[in-house]
Design a binder for this molecule. Structure first.
Ligand SMILES: [Zn+2]
Length: 146
């Protein structure tokens, strides 16, 4: 039987979160954290609602997943996020020692790769999963703003 639990499968769930953010007028970034093919955290960007520049989807997902696990380290966990993490989130992910990060669209200006931020050496990175869908949502958002 074909394994339905692909990276694209979980990225779609992150995209659903990004769409919720979009509808709220937040920059549309969504994230889920998965362990053993089970979603344990689903979050989206809330910087406008909370008046908090640290309320990125990833930051909330880290806190939510750690609460679920009952421990601070996210070992054997995978983060799916629609946009490449920024350096703040990459820093937080470093501390979480998360096993894997999968992101959709790249952030050429403010992504952690451009900024030169290092992840934990144990963290595996996969990029470009549903890149077009994730990127198109961002483009649609900023087009509406103009
Ligand atoms: Zn961030």
């Amino acid at each position: 039987m074909e394994n339905i639990f692909t990276d694209a499968f979980f990225m779609k769930k992150a995209l659903q979160e990004a769409e919720i953010a979009f509808e709220k007028g937040e920059i549309p970034v969504g994230a889920v954290i998965v362990i053993d093919n089970k979603v344990i955290a689903r979050t989206h960007n809330l910087t406008e609602l909370l008046h908090d520049v640290t309320a990125h989807a990833e930051m909330q997902a880290i806190t939510s997943a750690a609460n679920f696990i009952g421990g601070k380290y996210l070992k054997n966990c995978t983060l799916y996020v629609t946009l490449e993490p920024c350096q703040m989130c990459a820093g937080a992910l470093y501390w979480s020692q998360i096993s894997k990060i999968v992101f959709g669209a790249s952030d050429e200006n403010r992504g952690f790769q451009k900024m030169g931020t290092q992840l934990h050496p144990k963290t595996q990175v996969v990029s470009g999963v549903l890149e077009k869908e994730c990127g198109d949502l961002m483009k649609a958002f900023f087009k509406n703003k103009r």
